[in-house]
Design a protein around this ligand. Structure first.
Ligand SMILES: [Zn+2]
Length: 211
């Protein structure tokens, strides 16, 4: 019989071997999917679950509020989904758009993420709180005109770099690239300072990029 037991944040197989905590993987996938959807102009809520489908699978010490579906809960859980006919047409349009981005990668994480090119992605800086693109620079901060969230510009730049790296793993990180990605009228020197202090400088004087 397959099963895991949980101690705090750590997951172990029945034989005592530590396994990857699927809840952490779930969080990471959800965050990545949210960023991609936001940048593909698809505004949909995401509800993520870890689903164990193997019959007889057991889980010990699981928090009952954790987003986990066990084999015995699966039938009831699937019944919660509406029939296709009752899905509103605007959502069906979005599903079609998503299906248009072919899923062709075999890696589990990537399987959940529609494939896209840099050009497909909306450029700009999303609000860290409400994910809208309605931000305005206000002194040293960036203010969201929708929810009012204020964020330090240095944080914003770091967040843009992290996002850029994650969503465009094959592109190099340069000041120009980050400026184009975030579409923010941030002083080039300020971006350069943040890149210099947080990343490793590569290349020569004429062509500098960061890792
Ligand atoms: Zn906001």
């Amino acid at each position: 019989m397959k099963g895991y037991y949980i101690e705090g944040d750590r997951w172990y197989s029945k034989s005592g071997v530590e396994v990857k905590n699927p809840l952490i993987q779930l969080k990471r996938s959800e965050s990545l999917l949210r960023q991609v959807l936001t940048r593909l102009y698809i505004n949909l809520p995401i509800e993520s679950r870890v689903v164990f489908v193997y019959p007889g699978f057991t889980l010990y010490n699981a928090d009952p509020n954790a987003p986990i579906i066990l084999p015995t809960q699966l039938t009831a859980y699937m019944k919660k989904f509406p029939a296709f006919e009752s899905i509103p047409s605007h959502l069906i349009e979005k599903m079609k758009t998503l299906a248009g981005f072919h899923i062709r990668n075999s890696d589990v994480d990537k399987k959940l993420i529609p494939s896209y090119t840099y050009e497909d992605l909306k450029k700009g800086t999303p609000c860290a709180k409400c994910h809208s693109f309605s931000l305005r620079i206000q002194g040293q901060k960036l203010k969201c005109t929708l929810c009012g969230h204020l964020e330090n510009l240095r944080n914003v730049i770091l967040r843009l770099v992290e996002e850029y790296k994650l969503l465009n793993p094959h592109r190099t990180i340069t000041v120009t690239a980050i400026k184009e990605w975030g579409e923010l009228d941030i002083n080039t020197r300020r971006i350069l300072r943040v890149l210099k202090s947080h990343m490793e400088k590569m290349g020569d004087k004429r062509y500098t990029y960061y890792k």
